[in-house]
Design a protein around this ligand. Sequence first.
Ligand SMILES: [Zn+2]
Length: 201
Amino acid sequence: DKNHESCIMHHASTQSLFGIIQGGIYKDLRKRSLEELIEIGFDGYATGGLSVGEPKGEMHEIINFIAPLMPEDKPRYLMGIGDLKDMLIAVEAGFDMFDCVMPTRNARNGTLFTSSGRISIKRTEYKADNSPLDENCGCYACRNFSKAYLRHLFLAKEILSMRLNTIHNLYFYIDFFRKMRDAIKGKKFREFREKWETLLQ
Ligand SMILES: [Zn+2]
């Protein structure tokens, strides 16, 4: 429509403009939305309007339905999905890009992702645990502080708790995706997915 056309005319050539596929959990509406966006022509295509309260099964169905229909030669972006298990499903379906509050919001709530799964830093078992949050993590928080100290900061409601936890979770997500790209290149994505599905149960 006119709005799309004026967006395309005005967006700077150094930026990429994405078309956002809508249609809720209705496959026919999703397909029509995508087809009309392709007709306009965008630098990339995004699937929006998922993870807004619909059952997980329906969300996965739309992810698996729409990804193979999206142009393969353009970035395929799944908006607002940040659960690691959901992203494994989405990457397998064909998605390339994500954005989500999951790593930062979880960090602020004391839920941290590690190479052996998800942990809650407030648990009593970490009270005198002087080991780093994750021995395999190279982030600032893991290189400099212990679980006991991170737990103390969290319970004392120190703002530093949120900062260190956020540094760790963002580092973890970036590293997770780097390892996933390596697994795809090495044709080991299936093993990668199964390993993490077990760790994140
Ligand atoms: Zn770390």
